[in-house]
Ligand binder design. Structure first.
Ligand code: ADP
Ligand code: MG
Length: 340
């Protein structure tokens, strides 16, 4: 449905987007993740029609829209900075994109969206009489009102507190499915992206370096860079060994594809799952944080050469400096390129 091919864009001396190719199918949810400054917003703005001077092409419903003005693209936008019209009621804001349509049809569509978003009771309020979360709901309803086939979202909930953000994130995929709207969701928060999207696109320094399902990306990040984005900070240097590989925490009985890779240990490796095989690793507790219901321990290898972060179930708070033996699941380990 949308196909952006070989998109590149520079601002003065910065090349913000490098040869990016991206496709989105009908009603598919795609998330673009990557650290701040990697070019996510620029790529989204190009797709929206809000930038000029880029190279590459954009096809939408089999039509070349590369140089079509934003308002003629029929693509919905929801950016964090897209404010509501302050002098218009909630209903009028939602109706904004429907001008030209029949009055009764407009009223019905506005009512339907307010119902869907659970904000019918706010219909006659002005934006200043709303909370941040309510405002984002109205903005979402406004973007969806004209029934775009594609909605672009750039960190739309970044300014909200976590509870409100969680609430909206849990509802958004179902809402988009109900409306048969495809979406591209830009965020620096990879775990948020995993909840939202069916496909994840990872950007680094302006380029797309990986595209896969959230499950594949999480289970096999393949690179230390992607693992770090997902909050997996333990990757151990390794040496070849007859039954697998040698690490600072001992021998691990799985063989690496090559010895210039690192062994990634997912933080949840310390939580048992079914009867997956485990191996005991010993280290000294150098830090701990309670992340209900688990404790996340940072263990230092006995030789002091490496640290390992993992979650464990403990009946009592851990004691700093003590030796601790953790049973780590082999299936929560994988090998990654050393690219950070
Ligand atoms: P992200 O959304 O991933 O944080 P951006 O697309 O906003 O990244 O920015 C990519 C790069 O382009 C950054 O180095 C940023 O500083 C630069 N950049 C973004 N907007 C502009 C602009 N209007 N003028 C100059 N440089 C810009
Ligand atoms: Mg951005």
């Amino acid at each position: 449905m949308l196909r952006a091919t070989h998109i590149s864009h520079s601002y003065d001396t910065t090349q913000a987007v490098k040869d990016c190719t991206l496709t989105v199918d009908i009603a598919q949810r795609v998330a673009i993740i990557g650290p701040s400054g990697c070019g996510k917003s620029t790529l989204l703005r190009i797709i929206a029609g809000l930038e000029s001077g880029h190279t590459g092409n954009i096809w939408y419903h089999d039509r070349d829209i590369t140089w079509l003005p934003a308002h003629q693209r029929g693509i919905g936008l929801m950016f964090q900075e897209h404010a509501l019209f302050p002098h218009m009621t909630v209903s009028a804001n939602v109706a904004y994109g429907l001008h030209g349509q029949e009055k009764l049809a407009i009223r019905a569509r506005v009512r339907q969206l307010l119902d869907l978003m659970g904000i019918t009771h706010l219909a006659d309020r002005l934006p200043e009489q709303l909370s941040g979360g309510e405002r984002q709901r109205v903005a979402l309803a406004r973007s969806l009102a004209p029934k775009p086939a594609l909605l672009l979202l750039d960190e739309p909930f970044a300014a909200l507190d976590r509870i409100r953000r969680d609430f909206l994130l849990d509802e958004l995929p179902a809402l988009l499915e109900h409306e048969r709207v495809a979406a591209i969701y830009v965020t620096h928060d990879a775990l948020e992206a995993c909840r939202f999207a069916e496909q994840i696109v990872v950007m680094r320094d302006g380029a797309i370096i990986r595209q896969d399902t959230p499950q594949q990306i999480y289970q096999a990040p393949q690179s230390a860079f992607v693992a770090t984005l997902l909050g997996m900070r333990t990757s151990l240097a390794l040496q070849p060994h007859a039954i697998g590989c040698q690490t600072a925490f001992g021998v691990i009985p799985i063989a690496p594809p090559s010895t210039d890779m690192r062994l990634l240990i997912h933080p949840e490796a310390g939580i048992p799952l079914g009867n997956q095989p485990q191996i005991l690793l010993e280290g000294r507790i150098v830090a701990s944080t309670f992340r209900p219901p688990w404790w996340r321990l940072t263990l230092q290898s006995v030789d002091g050469q490496a640290t390992l972060e993992c979650d464990v179930a403990l009946p009592q708070p851990p004691v700093q400096g003590e030796l601790y033996e953790v049973a780590v699941r082999l299936q929560a380990m994988s090998f990654v390129m050393n690219d950070v």
